[in-house]
Design a protein around this ligand. Structure first.
Ligand code: AMP
Ligand code: GLY
Length: 420
C-alpha cells in the first residue's frame, strides 16, 4: 500500500522508520519531512494543517493510508476531510481531538466518565478566577484552555505566581488559547505517559514512557518539548496501568462514543502516580515526541499493523508482540534552545554511526545542504538505542552521541536517571 505520514519531526522519522520495515508498505511519502526522513522516504512539501491541500496530495499520489503526526492538523479536521473522501487515516476527528485541544473539554469528559483527575474550575473572567485561587490556596495549577504549544500551563507554587498567571493569560499571553482558563488542584507524584490505541470502541495499550521536559540535567531550567525519553517506565507498573485502563481510559473512550464523537487514533495519557494509583494530568490526541522514538524502536514493523487495525476498527483482534526490551532516546538540541538559537550549523559524524534495530538517529530539525546535514530547528537529533536492559540501551545511545561532531549542540547527560 501507499502510505503518507504528515509531519517533520523526530516522531515522524520514527514512525516512517517503523512503517518502512513492514512489507505491507510499498511506497512511503512524508509531508513535509526532514533530511533524515528523506533518506528513507519521499518527502513532499505540503501545508499539512490544510485539509484540502492534504487531500489533494493524497489523491494525486494514490495514497491508501495517512498517518497524522502533530496535533494542529488533527484539531483542524484533516482526519475528517480524509475520511469524507474515503481515504483511510490514523488520527482522531476534530471533535475527538478536543481531548487535546481543550483542557475544559477533557475535564468534562473525565467528570462524566468518573475518571480520577485533579479537581478543577473553568473561568472566562480574571476576577472569579482569582477569587477561586485565593479560596483554594497554593500550590495550584493554571492552564490556558486551548492549544498553546505546550506552554499554556503554569504550576504556581505560591499565590502571587498564581494570580500573576491569571493576569498573563487574560492579558493575551497565549492569544485565543487563553480566553478561557482552567484552574486545577495541584497533584503531587511521579509523572509517566501511557500510549493507547483506540478504534472508537476498543482499546489496546502499546507502551509506557517517561519524558524529560526540563532543558538541563537534574530537571533544571525551562520546560521544553522534551529532551529525552525511555520506555518502559517502571513507575507505571502493570498493576497501576491495568487499573488506569479500567478507571480512566476505557470510561473516557466509552464517554466519547456515547457523545457521538468516538475517539480513533492514539490516546497519549499523562498520569500523575502516587500511592499506587494514577490520576489523569492530560490527554494528547497524537503520539508524543520524543516518546514515539522509543516506542517505535521497541515495536518496529508491527506498528503499521497496529495502526491499520486501529483505523479499520478491529483492535479487538489485534495484539502487541512484546519483547522484553528497553529503549532510550537522547535529544541533541541547538545551543540556546528552548530560547533563541542559530540555524545552519553543520553536523558531522552521522554517516559512521550504526543504523540497525538497536541503533537509530532520528532527525527532527535538520535540512540537507548537498551532502551535509545542517541544523535548522531547536530539537535537532534524537539519538535512540534499544537494549536488553535500560542501562545497555543508555550506554549504546550515549556512545553514539559521543561520536557526533556538532559543537553548536547540547544534550542532557542524565536521560533515564529515574529508572537507572
Ligand atoms: P499539561 O500540558 O496539562 O500536560 O501540563 C504540563 C505539565 O504541567 C505536566 O506535565 C505536569 O508536569 C504539570 N501539571 C499539569 N497539571 C498538573 C496538576 N494538576 N498538578 C501538578 N502538575 C501538573
Ligand atoms: N513530549 C511531550 C509531547 O509530545 O507532548
Amino acid at each position: 500500500m501507499n502510505i503518507l505520514i504528515l509531519g517533520s519531526g523526530g516522531r515522524e522519522h520514527a514512525l516512517a522508520w517503523a512503517v518502512k520495515q513492514n512489507p505491507k508498505c510499498d511506497r512511503l511519502l512524508v509531508a513535509p519531512g526532514n533530511a533524515g526522513i528523506a533518506q528513507i522516504a519521499t518527502c513532499l512539501p505540503c501545508d499539512i494543517d490544510d485539509g484540502a491541500a492534504v487531500l489533494a496530495l493524497a489523491e494525486a499520489e494514490n495514497i491508501d493510508f495517512v498517518i497524522i503526526g502533530p496535533e494542529a492538523p488533527l484539531a483542524n479536521g484533516v482526519a475528517d476531510d480524509l475520511r469524507a473522501a474515503r481515504i483511510s487515516c490514523f488520527g482522531p476527528s476534530a471533535a475527538a481531538a478536543q481531548l487535546e485541544a481543550s483542557k475544559s473539554f477533557t475535564k468534562e469528559v473525565c467528570d462524566a466518565a468518573n475518571a480520577p483527575t485533579a479537581a478543577w474550575a473553568r473561568f472566562t473572567q480574571p476576577g472569579p478566577a482569582k477569587e477561586y485561587i485565593r479560596e483554594k490556596g497554593a500550590p495550584i495549577v493554571i492552564k490556558a484552555d486551548g492549544l498553546a504549544a505546550g506552554k499554556g500551563v503554569i504550576v504556581a507554587m505560591d499565590l502571587e505566581a498564581a494570580l500573576g498567571a491569571i493576569d498573563d493569560m487574560f492579558g493575551g499571553e497565549f492569544g485565543a488559547a487563553g480566553t478561557e482558563v482552567v484552574v486545577e488542584e495541584f497533584m503531587d507524584g511521579a509523572e509517566a505517559s501511557y500510549f493507547i490505541l483506540c478504534d472508537g470502541k476498543n482499546t489496546l495499550p502499546i507502551g509506557t514512557a517517561q519524558d524529560h521536559k526540563r532543558v538541563f540535567d537534574g530537571d533544571l531550567g525551562p520546560n521544553t518539548g522534551g529532551m529525552g525519553a525511555y520506555s518502559p517506565a517502571p513507575v507505571l507498573t502493570d498493576e497501576i496501568a491495568a487499573r488506569a485502563m479500567a478507571e480512566i481510559i476505557q470510561p473516557c473512550v466509552d464517554e466519547m462514543a456515547r457523545r457521538g464523537t468516538p475517539y480513533q487514533g492514539v490516546l497519549y495519557a499523562g498520569f500523575m502516580i502516587k500511592d499506587g494509583q494514577a490520576r489523569l494530568v492530560e490527554y494528547n490526541a497524537r503520539f508524543g515526541d520524543p516518546e514515539t522514538q522509543v516506542l517505535m524502536m521497541r515495536l518496529g514493523a508491527q506498528a503499521l499493523d497496529l495502526m491499520l487495525a486501529c483505523a479499520e476498527g478491529r483492535l479487538d483482534k489485534a495484539q502487541v508482540n512484546w519483547a522484553d526490551d528497553h529503549a532510550i532516546t537522547v535529544v541533541y538540541a541547538a545551543n540556546g534552545y528552548p530560547g533563541s538559537y542559530t540555524k545552519g550549523s553543520v553536523i558531522n559524524g552521522l554517516d559512521a554511526l550504526p543504523e540497525d534495530s538497536h541503533h537509530m538517529v532520528f532527525h527532527a530539525g535538520t535540512t540537507a545542504v548537498g551532502d551535509t546535514i545542517t541544523a535548522t530547528g531547536g530539537r535537532v537529533l534524537n539519538v535512540t538505542a534499544r537494549g536488553d536492559t535500560l542501562q545497555q540501551a543508555h550506554d549504546r545511545a550515549y556512545a553514539m552521541i559521543h561520536d557526533i561532531d556538532w559543537p553548536e549542540g547540547f544534550y542532557r547527560r542524565d536521560i533515564g536517571y529515574q529508572a537507572l
